[in-house]
Design a binder for this molecule. Structure first.
Ligand code: MIG
Length: 800
């Protein structure tokens, strides 16, 4: 594609030599003899934006991806020139722009190492049929370079050698290597010579990325329209690149309510009401924790959004209340297709207000989905989003539904080529009218955004919870997401693992898969192993198409039920740990899951690893991903790690066999960690937390851990009503010191910590709290393992 031209007319066109240069604060413009302008915007010392026009005129500068909250500002900026180049220097980067052909090279400002350079650089083909250009960029791959990211691609972590397309697509029963699928996140991170940088190609047209596939040493990206418009983000740490990309495209606007991090149960479909009640009752009877129950499309009247089937759910408000009394939040599905039906108020209103998408020549965009023939709101129009958000009033405020699940928002259309709208459909695009070619990839995002606005409004003062299937970069600001219609096979367990890791390194941490597989049915073993993986995904939900049998924790016999219960219980114990990781993500853009390469990029062993990942900052996880396994080999990253089940210490930097029968899985804790735990609850808030358990893993040396808590819902935390505890652990031969620093105005309900000491290498003979020696009975010292002490301590000394 980069080499061959797509269009028959003029072939590839290239910028010629620079004839003028202009600097306007942090915006630098370079104009060529043939009318191309490159605009370089210095957003931060490590973030440069490159934008090209082939006509000398830029489009209106609008992006759905970039958040207005993105950090801006740099410490240093200087532009100089030599014979061949203009040279832009910040504290982090040096950027050369070639005077003869506009090609760009980027260097590390500190050690002058080459990070990234244009090969052909920017070039284009004129698009005769649609106007504008097919815009293209090619870069030289650096020796040993690896590539990561790109959203939900169901492939191995390292993207090298592959080509991808970004075009949001409903992909029932997709498989390994299916491309494209539901999401378009045109952002990747590249790593070579221990340095990482990212490229975010903010172009919503159908776009492509080629990582040394077409030519061995070349990476390229291009789009079927719009501008060549990309952000270059320098690390050199991969986590910094991801955090900076997340800063640019947005962190979640609010923390999820804590219950949303609990376990969710779903199926297509639970109905009628008695069936829903049977399911929820069974959870409580078996004491398997669960916070949310889902209603799929059959709850509606003829699949009309915002209606309820009178037959199956005669009194939704009462039912939702009864479920809530039992700790279950009700979550309902909402699709974009609005049934053509003059007696249906949502349709009537949408029609009267002219809110539905139209074809180029005027007719409505008519498409068949579940309700039959439908029209579709143009969610790229802010007025339509406002209307849509208000449709949730009854569902949320009156009936008491706590979350909404947006499906089919690619948008999916049945029985048509391409499974979506035709290209000519018109969209408002925030007052920048365009065709579906440009709006397609953001349609689902804008629907999810409108839904989020509605929930935010009508849940207030509680926090909203929304899930979306389709997404473009930036959707993470509004909603969580799931990976769509996977299949109940072992390889899909691997794919779910890869997708969750990949989404996390694409700025989108709040994701999970349909546990057990959506299509077909898992056997008990596969289901149990998938639950083991799923409890380590930020969004944790079992879902299935339901037509191949049941997929509840108890559907596979007692042995499986007890394994599943054990792991869901573990999820609930780890809630404060997960919540802390979520807070870190929402605060700083640090991904909740980290592939090993993000964890330790300097160790080349991590560059091609797929299965192992970090859950939060301290816990290493690796799913068992095949049948009849009694364990597996896995790579343990460098450092010392405690086996979660046995407390055995292993030395990292090597591949090891780890035992893991069906009721276990490989989990390791980094030495020096302090892991907070809550008691097992059947749902969040069932119990008042009257003691925080801290699992302390001894380390010879220092390590920091933190625990974030707040009211678990509501917005008071934004006003400072949160509790952040930082623990500094310092282990010596004969002593373990823990310092605590507390910030925030929230008072946790518990008064004490129960410390559980792991791997302590000495017998305790003395304990001091804030310099005062403490009687063993006052801290309930039990052997050398556990002790109970006030949460108010500043410095704890445990001595031999
Ligand atoms: O065409 O609402 O991915 O989770 O259960 C299928 C029915 C439509 C696809 C979703 C799936 C959901 C199903 N939906």
């Amino acid at each position: 594609m980069i080499l061959n031209t797509e269009l028959e007319h003029k072939g590839n066109i290239f910028p010629s030599k620079i004839i003028s240069y202009e600097k306007n604060l942090n915006v630098l413009s370079f104009k060529t003899a043939n009318g191309v302008v490159l605009q370089v915007t210095v957003r931060r010392d490590s973030v440069l934006r490159f934008r090209y026009t082939t006509t000398g005129i830029f489009e209106n500068d609008f992006s759905y991806a970039i958040t207005k909250y993105a950090s801006r500002g740099y410490n240093f900026l200087e532009v100089t020139e030599n014979k061949a180049n203009y040279i832009i220097t910040t504290t982090k980067l040096i950027c050369h722009v070639s005077k003869s052909d506009l090609r760009v090279s980027l260097y590390d400002a500190k050690d002058k190492a080459l990070i990234c350079e244009d090969e052909l650089g920017f070039h284009w083909e004129e698009s005769y049929e649609f106007g504008g250009d097919v815009v293209k960029m090619s870069k030289t791959a650096q020796p040993g370079e690896s590539y990561y990211g790109l959203g939900d691609k169901p492939v191995d972590n390292n993207l090298k050698g592959k080509r991808f397309e970004n075009w949001v697509t409903d992909s029932y029963a997709y498989g390994r290597d299916t491309d494209p699928i539901y999401k378009a996140i045109p952002f990747y991170t590249a790593l070579h010579n221990k340095k990482a940088y990212g490229i975010f190609f903010d172009n919503t047209f159908r776009s492509f990325f080629d990582f040394c596939h077409e030519r061995r040493n070349i990476t390229s990206f291009w789009a079927h329209g719009g501008e060549m418009n990309y952000y270059f983000i320098y690390g050199p740490e991969m986590t910094e690149v991801v955090a900076n990309y997340t800063d640019l495209t947005g962190k979640p606007h609010a923390l999820p309510p804590l219950w949303a991090l609990g376990y969710h149960q779903c199926k297509w479909s639970y109905y009628p009401e008695s069936n829903v009640k049977e399911i929820t009752a069974k959870f409580r009877e078996l004491e398997i924790p669960c916070d949310a129950i889902y209603l799929d499309i059959d709850y509606m009247e003829g699949f009309r959004c915002f209606t309820w089937s009178k037959e199956y759910f005669p009194d939704p408000k009462r039912m939702v209340k009864e479920l809530a009394d039992d700790g279950f939040k009700t979550i309902v599905i909402i699709d974009p297709g609005i049934k053509i039906d003059m007696d249906y108020s949502v349709f009537k209103e949408g029609l009267d207000k002219d809110y539905f998408c139209k074809r180029a020549d005027g007719p409505y965009m008519k498409g068949k989905v579940w309700p039959g023939e439908c029209y579709f709101p143009d969610f790229t129009n802010p007025e339509v989003r406002e209307w849509w958000s208000n449709l949730f009033k009854e569902l949320i405020e009156d009936i008491g539904v706590k979350g909404v699940w947006n499906d089919m928002n690619e948008p999916a259309v049945m029985d048509v080529p391409g499974k979506t709208f035709p290209n000519d459909v018109r969209h408002d695009y925030e007052g920048n009218p365009c065709s579906h070619r440009k709006a397609h990839n953001v349609y689902g995002m804008q629907m999810a955004r409108a839904t989020y606005q509605g929930l935010k409004k009508f849940c207030y003062p509680k926090r909203p919870f929304v899930i979306t299937r389709a997404a473009y970069s930036g959707t993470q600001r509004y909603t969580s997401s799931w990976t769509g219609d996977n299949v109940a096979t072992w390889d899909h367990l691997n794919i779910a693992n890869l997708q969750a890791q990949r989404m996390a390194m694409s700025g989108y941490s709040f994701v999970g898969s349909d546990i057990g597989g959506f299509a077909e049915q898992p056997n008990g073993e596969l289901y149990a192993r998938w639950i083991q993986l799923g409890i380590f995904h930020p969004f944790c939900r079992t879902h299935s198409s339901g037509d191949h049998g049941n997929q509840e924790p108890w559907a596979f016999g007692d042995t499986i039920t007890s394994v599943v219960k054990k792991f869901i219980e573990l999820r609930y114990q780890l809630l404060p740990y997960l919540y802390t990781a979520f807070w870190r993500y929402a605060e700083e853009g640090i991904p909740i899951l980290k592939s090993l390469v993000l964890y330790d990029q300097d160790d080349p062993q991590t560059h091609y690893r797929n299965d192992e990942f970090m859950f939060g900052e301290k816990i290493l996880v690796c799913p068992i991903n095949g049948p009849n396994q009694k364990g597996r080999r896995m790579y343990i990253p460098r450092g010392l790690w405690y086996n979660f089940w046995t407390d055995d210490v292993v030395i990292g930097g090597q591949e090891l066999w780890v035992d893991a029968d069906l009721d276990s899985m490989p989990i390791f804790v980094k030495d020096g960690s302090i892991i907070p735990k809550y008691p097992i609850q059947q749902y969040v808030g069932e119990k008042t937390i009257d003691e925080l358990l801290l699992d302390v893993y001894y380390k010879l040396g220092k390590e920091e851990s933190e625990v974030y808590e707040d009211a678990t819902d509501g917005y008071d935390y934004i006003k400072g009503r949160y509790s952040l505890r930082t623990f500094k652990l310092h282990g010596k031969k004969n002593e373990l010191i823990i310092q605590q620093h507390k910030s925030g105005k929230f008072f946790t309900t518990y008064k004490t910590f129960k410390l559980s000491l792991h791997g302590l290498p000495f017998k305790i003979s003395k304990v001091q709290i804030d310099n005062v020696e403490i009687q063993f009975k006052d801290i309930k010292l039990n052997g050398d393992n556990t002790l109970v002490l006030t949460k108010e301590f500043t410095e704890l000394h445990i001595m031999a």
